[in-house]
Design a protein around this ligand. Structure first.
Ligand SMILES: C[S@@+](CC[C@H](N)C(=O)[O-])C[C@H]1O[C@@H](n2cnc3c(N)ncnc32)[C@H](O)[C@@H]1O
Length: 276
């Protein structure tokens, strides 16, 4: 029963924009981004290993990775777990995942191209652990969380950034213009946490502090990469160039963007761990 704040309605109201990426649907959006995303994220292996360690998977367990993308977590998890089901609505992401599996000699990942909303419990069945990492592209959060909970035997893990402002201050730099993402709404992870409590699920929250460095060989390369990554329109390119030239520093590997972000891990246990 919703209290004074209806967290599911708040999620719908604040996330609707996320489903309309310049007129594309979400699957088409991620298809277009897949290759660049794959190249960018698969190199940050330490971060993935820290997440895998926090999940604490046992060799006899099965994992359902909802919105697995190119397998940043599915691949290291598959090295430990009995098997992984990698569900993603994007064909482009799943092709990257299959290439990565081949390159890394992994064969215990079963790929399913479906959205979380459309997949039926019969198609995936119950897994020991259900995971979603930055992949809650869903309009009805309550329905999505209920499905995650019902398909998990041992535990559910949700990773999500603590704020929506994932551009190192670029939107603030553009303040007042239409690209700005300034907002006063509660962070997404708080909506998830509170909605879970409303559903009678009292989750744990752990915050990770991530630090990373992105290197570019030139300012042009940095501008091109940010344009693609952030969908910066052509008319904002001069501002982007100005922003990046002020933010990038030189080191021995070229031009460097030093990034910091915080990520929440929301998790709940359904039954005790039964290590093999
Ligand atoms: C930012 S990537 C994250 C990939 C991976 N989980 C990771 O942590 O690196 C988001 C992925 O989630 C997928 N995704 C988002 N919402 C989804 C949904 N409702 N059903 C299936 N896949 C979804 C996208 O297609 C995309 O591949």
């Amino acid at each position: 029963m919703p209290g004074i704040i209806n967290w599911n309605e708040l999620w719908k109201a604040t996330h609707i924009r996320g489903f309309r990426h310049h007129g594309e649907d979400l699957a088409a959006h991620w298809d277009r981004k897949a290759e660049a995303f794959n190249k960018r994220v698969m190199k940050h292996k330490e971060r993935a290993l820290e997440q895998v360690e926090a999940i604490g998977i046992a060799p006899n367990e099965t994992v359902l990775d909802m919105g697995a993308g190119p397998g940043r977590l599915a691949i290291p998890l598959a090295r430990i777990a009995k098997s992984v089901t990698a569900l993603d609505q994007s064909e482009g992401m799943l092709s990257c995942l299959k290439e990565n599996m081949q390159a890394e000699g992994i064969s215990n990942i079963n790929c399913i191209r479906k959205s979380w909303q459309d997949v039926t419990p019969d198609e995936i069945q119950v897994h020991d652990v259900v995971l979603s990492s930055n992949s809650l592209g869903v309009y009805d959060l309550k329905e999505a969380l209920t499905k995650m909970d019902s398909l998990a035997r041992r535990a559910v893990f949700i990773f999500t950034f603590t704020d929506g402002n994932r551009d190192d201050g670029f939107s603030q730099f553009l303040k007042g213009e239409k690209h700005s993402r300034d907002s006063v709404q509660p962070a997404g992870y708080l909506m998830i946490y509170n909605l879970l409590a409303e559903m009678g699920i009292y989750a744990d929250v752990r915050i990770f502090d991530w630090e990373s460095k992105e290197h570019y060989s030139s300012l042009d390369e940095a501008v091109a990469s940010w344009k693609e990554m952030r969908d910066v329109p052509a008319e904002e390119e001069p501002k982007l160039r100005e922003f990046l030239s002020a933010r990038l520093t030189k080191d021995e590997q070229g031009l460097c963007m030093h990034r910091r972000s915080k990520q929440a891990m929301i998790s709940w246990q359904k039954s005790p761990h039964t290590a093999a």
